[in-house]
Design a protein around this ligand. Sequence first.
Ligand SMILES: C[S@@+](CC[C@H](N)C(=O)[O-])C[C@H]1O[C@@H](n2cnc3c(N)ncnc32)[C@H](O)[C@@H]1O
Length: 224
Amino acid sequence: MSDKYTTLNPELYAYLLAQRSERDPVLERIARHNETLGTMAMAQIAPDQGAFLTVLARAIGAREAIEVGTFTGYSALCIARGLPADGRLLCCDIDPVHTATARGFWNEAGLGDRIELRVGPALDTLRALPATERFDFGFIDADKTAYHDYYEEVLARLRPNGLILFDNVLYQWSGQITREDATDENTVALRALNASLARDPRVEVVMLAVGDGLTIARKRREQE
Ligand SMILES: C[S@@+](CC[C@H](N)C(=O)[O-])C[C@H]1O[C@@H](n2cnc3c(N)ncnc32)[C@H](O)[C@@H]1O
């Protein structure tokens, strides 16, 4: 098969970013704030991923969304922007400091009332939610070894045809998903997750080379 993919370089990536339709000054302030945190800035999703989350949430008419891994609020703001005025995003993160910063940015953006934050281990937060299929959209971007557990909890609460997105599924920035001698626990966990998602009959899955790899899983309807 001929190579049907494009390898990015800095010029092409800058060009691609310049073609986005929306520029959100608060998102740019979050990104600038994150740069002051040094290497932690890498935790934030990329701007094209953020724009993609907004478009996707809006396109599927998501009203109820959930995020696992919020940090300083960049991806949450992108998702919240894609929800209608009466939509709700529930954010789960263990870190009270960075999420307090996030709360400030969301208020600045005028979307604070659309976002609920629960600080604590995300698995506890998820397991405490009613097991009803209420969410339209889920985004998982926290500790990699728990992705599969987060998936099961979010899937149980996702409406049929809803979407769950997983960030960093290629894990190229920190390891190498396809390199056999990469055996750190995050790489191993992501490899297992990727393999099990592809075989999971409950979802339809595609992995995209956006950012550090982004998987989209759509929950199948019963009659499919
Ligand atoms: C990669 S960052 C999230 C980045 C965010 N999505 C963004 O775009 O800015 C991962 C986050 O997961 C959180 N986290 C790590 N382990 C967690 C756990 N067990 N429960 C909840 N949150 C956790 C960290 O505190 C951190 O804020």
